[in-house]
Design a protein around this ligand. Sequence first.
Ligand code: A2P
Length: 298
Amino acid sequence: MKSEFAKSINDTYTLSNGTKIPCLGFGTWIPNPEEAEEVITNALEAGYRLFDTASQYVSERSLGRVLRNSGLKRDEYFVSSKAWMDEMGYEETTKAIDRSLERLGMDYLDLYFVHWPRQPKGQPGFENWKELDIETWKALEDAHDAGKIKNLGISNFLPHHIENLLPHCRILPVINQLEMHTLCMQEYTLDYCRKLNIQIEASAPLGRTHAFENEFIQQLAAKYNVTIAQICVRYLLQRGILPLPKSTNRNRIFNNADVFNFEIEREDMLMLTCLPNTGWIGEHPDVAIPTVSCPRDQ
Ligand code: A2P
């Protein structure tokens, strides 16, 4: 659990296909889209170079504008986006990838995810998720061959979803993005993905603030003289996980990136790892699938 690697925001993880990805990313699910450009500009200034968006987040246009005007070269930042549940299936996903590229104003995505393995109840892809995932994945593989996507990812996929998909993959998923934080570590899925060399990215690494109420985490923040959010982010880095914290506040954006000058001791790491998993947000890829649709015209 010692973090030889996470010494700087410029450190990278190496994915199973050899791609290097920044060890810390910025989540761009920004509730007020009018704020997005300012928020993303602050994140860039704080040093983030990995930006995670999705067609559902409505931040792709703002993200593209900020990055294209940043003065950075295209290979100096890393962008991921995702196909929403109503963009699944070969044809739909193929179009969704083109829409994301158009909104971002980019020729390629560094990484593209299937956002959820299954559509909500009542939709065809609730019962037929196995076929739907396989068809959707083919669209990602073909977009990869066409140079539109550099790396392929799954998001919110649990072991049974992965087991269904893998035998049909021509190109393997290199990342699984999951809700993951100190109060919801999904240890079984984490271990399962590790064995398959699938890197885990943690969405909601602060437990969408649930972690802030935990007394032990509060004590650790005082002990290391950092914020609770810094403990949460640092903990994930020391577990070899790639956290994607979100904030709309400039100070907090900088704070969440300032996690490279302290180290959580082994005993504290073990205690954090053994905290009760009380922080699950409520969304679940089989039983509590989000039902919002994707605002396509944004
Ligand atoms: P805000 O945007 O006002 O900073 P998660 O990344 O787990 O989804 O959590 C996001 C939530 O955590 C947002 O409500 C965000 O609010 C809040 N947040 C992000 N960073 C911090 C921080 N350093 N301290 C306190 N709250 C934070």
